[in-house]
Design a binder for this molecule. Structure first.
Ligand code: JFZ
Length: 466
């Protein structure tokens, strides 16, 4: 070791010290040591604690904002190139108009923090193929192709590090409508099946997608996860190449459930909250209105009450909520998005103990039940009659009963094996004990007349193991 050190030039030595510090920083952030590989539980620990993340869909599609040549284009905003079948040469012109001078990484991250969100996932490249960071692998990127010239992902990475919020990237690995070999663009280029067979798709993967994922994993500090999506033509071997890149460069980085081959957790369908508890790691990506990328005329906002219910509902079923904003081409997060998220954050400030790191419900009857008839839901599955009066989240020795409908007089707890030793409202700074009556294995908790929160009053029950 000594001789090797001596043989190294001063510059090389400095470089290697920097490299080892970076490596240590990256792994210590997630609790691993360099010698012992992380267990899956260690790797998932932050995700299981976090529960609530901010998704950001931001790209050139924010410029047309849902309207192309005076026509409002139906569907989600970031799909406008595809829905309006805009030729690559025309869509590329948007880059020259993209100058989000009001973008302020600090403000975005502060908003996520105010909302009580613990991680941020931003589109580094969506299906339109435009990289929202300074990429060496493709000139079609925000630094080289827009008047803005800045790398917002660098600025966000720094702000996240400062605020102790984890940072990850959405990356569209398969669909790339800008490249002849990428999947999805059949209006400028041949059908996908042809690209698959003639090698164009693999060429795109090797020359653009794989190098770009490497860039994202080397230039932006610790990356908490990569959110791959729509795995068209992603077979096991192609998926494995991405897995190898992630594992080699940042072993602690999680892979979502849409790579096309197994990831670290399950990604549910968009806005699709399961009816029952799911006993594995999972996440629901969801919108605040009806679009991911900004659309100027989509004002169909979910209310703070709905968002709080969905967050609690998801946590009570064992999952994470990744909730999206679509910033404008000026670089601003729409005000209703900010207001509604901050309202959820105010509830979390008081009630976060019942969310962060909390586990799923031990009950289930409060979630609802399958419809007894043969009625089908919109997706053709057996209809489910959801109930919304209350939900339950848990921690060792604690049941958190989320009361969305305040019962008059008392709350009746379904059968449990253990004993309730104390009951109080989470919003009560004095933790004043509420009356508890046992009737066999069920329990009745006496409640005050008025709820402690107009949306979700959390009743805490200290319980002994049965
Ligand atoms: C995708 C993207 O195409 C879309 O633009 C957005 O980024 C969203 C988060 O993900 O679309 C999907 C992918 C999967 C499902 C639905 C929409 N799904 O499994 O239900």
């Amino acid at each position: 070791m000594k001789t090797t050190l001596m043989r190294m030039s001063k510059a090389a030595l400095q470089l290697s010290l920097v490299a080892s510090c970076l490596c240590f920083a990256a792994s210590s952030a997630s609790g691993a040591t360099q010698t012992k590989p992380m267990s899956q539980d260690e790797k998932m620990a932050w995700f299981r604690e976090a529960k609530f993340g901010l998704f950001i869909h931001w790209g050139l599609y924010a410029v047309p904002a849902g309207t192309w040549k005076d026509q409002q284009i139906a569907g989600i905003g970031e799909w406008i190139m595809n829905r309006a079948k805009i030729p690559v040469k025309e869509y590329e012109q948007l880059a020259g108009q993209f100058n989000p001078v009001k973008f302020n990484a600090e403000k975005w991250v502060q908003m996520a923090e105010d909302a009580g969100m613990k991680y941020i996932v931003i589109t580094s490249k969506h299906h339109d193929g435009f990289a929202m960071y300074g990429s060496k692998a493709s000139q079609y990127n925000i630094v080289d192709a827009t008047p803005f010239k800045r790398d917002p992902l660098k600025e966000l990475a720094a702000a996240c590090a400062k605020h102790n919020i984890r940072f990850g990237f959405y990356y569209s690995q398969a669909q790339d409508w800008h490249e002849p070999g990428g999947a999805g663009n059949t209006w400028d280029f041949p059908p996908d099946a042809e690209k698959d067979k003639n090698g164009a798709y693999d060429q795109y993967l090797r020359n653009k997608a794989e190098p770009q994922v490497k860039e994202l994993l080397t230039g932006y500090g610790p990356v908490c996860l990569i959110w791959f999506d729509t795995p068209r033509m992603m077979n096991k071997e192609r998926g494995q190449r991405f897995i190898d890149i992630v594992h080699t460069l940042q072993p602690a980085c999680l892979i979502d459930g849409r790579l096309g081959t197994e990831g670290d957790y399950r990604s549910m369908g968009d806005n699709a909250i399961p009816n029952q508890v799911v006993h594995e790691d999972w996440e629901v990506p969801a919108t605040l209105n009806k679009t991911w990328g900004y659309k100027s005329y989509d004002n169909d906002w979910k209310t703070p009450e709905e968002l709080t219910f969905k967050l609690v509902d998801i946590v009570s079923k064992g999952g994470n909520y990744l909730l999206n904003v679509g910033p404008t081409a000026e670089g601003l997060i729409p005000q209703p998005s900010q207001d509604n998220l901050r309202a959820v954050g105010r509830w979390l400030k008081v009630n976060g103990e019942a969310i962060y790191g909390a586990g799923s419900t031990p009950f289930g009857e409060e979630l609802g039940a399958p419809d007894p008839t043969t009625r089908k839901d919109k997706k053709g599955n057996q209809a489910f009659n959801a109930k919304t009066d209350w939900r339950c989240t848990t921690k060792p020795g604690k049941l958190y009963i989320h009361l969305f409908k305040w019962p008059s007089g008392s709350f009746e707890l379904p059968s449990i094996k253990g004993k309730v030793t104390k009951a109080y409202l989470l919003a009560d700074p004095q933790k004043q004990t509420l009356g508890v009556k046992q009737n066999g294995q069920t329990w009745s908790i006496t409640l005050p007349k008025t709820p402690s929160d107009k949306t979700d009053s959390v009743l805490v029950l200290d319980v002994t193991a049965g």
